[in-house]
Design a protein around this ligand. Structure first.
Ligand SMILES: [Fe+2]
Length: 157
């Protein structure tokens, strides 16, 4: 239930919008953790390029998750970015705890990005009727991460 007197949407609308945004928030926070893990554990001949590229993606993922969390707050509900919630609810594939070649790193990161983008697209579709402003936010984040997916998976070919 919203704490604010002047709500942007009705209570039932807010809850539905926040449910969709919250799913995206969870996966983007997990993605930010996995990108750092990959950044630290990549090894091999393409080390430097992949190591630096992962931090560029991370920057956009962190900006996106912050914008989603603040949109949830704007709608009057508390965003949930707690570690326990992320561990329980993330839909992203797990990453092995090991040093990993640049080739394998690229493939694992592409899989994680692909799954996060699937959840973002579901959010975009769910929000079309409910809240075009929240939908617009997700569309912008999705476009940026789809470009990153292109640049990551191009290295597999
Ligand atoms: Fe670093």
């Amino acid at each position: 239930m919203s704490e604010f007197k002047r709500s942007v949407l009705s209570e039932s609308e807010s809850q539905k919008v926040v449910d969709a945004l919250q799913r995206c928030l969870v996966d983007l926070i997990d993605l930010s953790l996995l990108l750092k893990q990959a950044h630290w554990c990549v090894v091999g001949s393409q080390f430097r390029a992949v190591h630096l590229q992962l931090d560029e993606i991370l920057n956009d993922v962190r900006l996106g998750s912050d914008e989603i969390a603040e949109r949830i707050s704007t709608l009057g509900l508390p965003p949930d970015g707690r570690s326990k919630t992320i561990a329980e609810k993330s839909t992203l594939p797990a990453m092995d705890l090991a040093f990993t070649s640049a080739g394998n790193t690229v493939s694992q990161v592409a899989d994680c990005l692909h799954q996060a983008l699937r959840v973002l697209r579901e959010g975009v579709n769910a929000l079309g009727e409910l809240d075009p402003v929240s939908q617009d936010l997700l569309i912008g984040i999705t476009a940026g991460l789809e470009k990153h997916l292109w640049m990551v998976q191009s290295q597999e070919l």
